[in-house]
Design a binder for this molecule. Structure first.
Ligand SMILES: Nc1ncnc2c1ncn2[C@@H]1O[C@H](COP(=O)(O)OP(=O)(O)OP(=O)(O)O)[C@@H](O)[C@H]1O
Length: 252
């Protein structure tokens, strides 16, 4: 645990009373493999159980790390928590909403209102400025151009990129692009931030800046981040270990 993290834990004695933002119980996600041809009849396709009975809850003010070898189910779990996917069985709530009861459109609304996503490879639109990238999610929320611009400018200042607002992604370093992506994830004021290998493309020093930012955001968001990287997992209050789709252990 980093020294910042230790300090944060001390200041969050009341964490257990904070609101649960995301929770799952006995979560199962199976994928069907194959096309239905060959040896397997269409009613008898092989399935892979990517998640097998995972239970977890994440509160506001808490950073939960997810670790595990390739294929252990990390991305599958993140996709479910992000309401990008629905479970085969089990319970899943995000911001008090039952994800299983929502249509695809309903899940998109849930994401827009409550969830911010940060990807390993940033996924910024190359033709748009940093500010326009950050403002983009607000278009769907019906904000005026002036409001979007103000909010994006202020978010870029918050992540230390006030001077770079008009730069395009190609004119920014990897760490700067990831900070723009974090500002974009924050645009809609999400309760839950989900990050998949957020430092995977960054060198150690640049990755550290991004982790410092996540630590600050961990004060008043629920954050789930999946990673293979020890410094990234070290900012988490708890690390859940997945093996073959099951929770093997939580370190704290
Ligand atoms: N769309 C899919 N169709 C079929 N099988 C899938 C699908 N997505 C994932 N799987 C399988 O589910 C299991 C878990 O995959 P998942 O991508 O969640 O693992 P992971 O821990 O994120 O791996 P990595 O670290 O390599 O990204 C694997 O066996 C994988 O092959």
């Amino acid at each position: 645990m980093s020294s910042r993290n230790q300090g944060r834990s001390v200041t969050r004695e009341g964490a257990s009373e904070r609101a649960v933002i995301a929770a799952c119980e006995s979560l199962v996600r199976e994928y069907t493999r194959g096309s239905g041809g060959g040896w397997f009849g269409s009613g008898n396709l092989p399935t892979v159980r990517a998640l097998d009975g995972v239970s977890l809850s994440v509160r506001r003010g808490e950073i939960v790390g997810i670790e595990g070898p390739s294929g252990s189910g990390k991305s599958t779990l993140l996709h479910l928590l992000a309401a990008l996917d629905t479970p085969t069985a089990g319970e899943l709530t995000v911001a008090g909403e039952d994800v299983r009861r929502r249509s695809e459109r309903g899940r998109a609304k849930l994401r827009l209102e409550h969830i911010g996503l940060v990807f390993q490879r940033f996924h910024l639109l190359p033709a748009l400025s940093a500010r326009a990238n950050v403002a983009l999610p607000l278009v769907e929320l019906g904000w005026s151009k002036r409001q979007r611009r103000e909010r994006a400018t202020s978010l870029l200042e918050d992540v230390g990129l006030g001077e770079r607002a008009t730069h395009r992604p190609g004119q920014l370093s990897g760490g700067e692009q990831q900070r723009v992506a974090i500002a974009r994830a924050l645009a809609t004021e999400p309760d839950l931030l989900i990050a998949d290998e957020p430092t995977g493309e960054l060198d150690t020093a640049t990755g550290r800046q991004v982790l410092d930012l996540f630590e600050d955001l961990g004060e008043n968001h629920a954050i789930v981040l999946a990673s293979h990287d020890q410094p990234t997992l070290a900012i988490a209050d708890r690390v859940i270990s997945l093996r073959d789709g099951r929770v093997q252990g939580a370190d704290r």
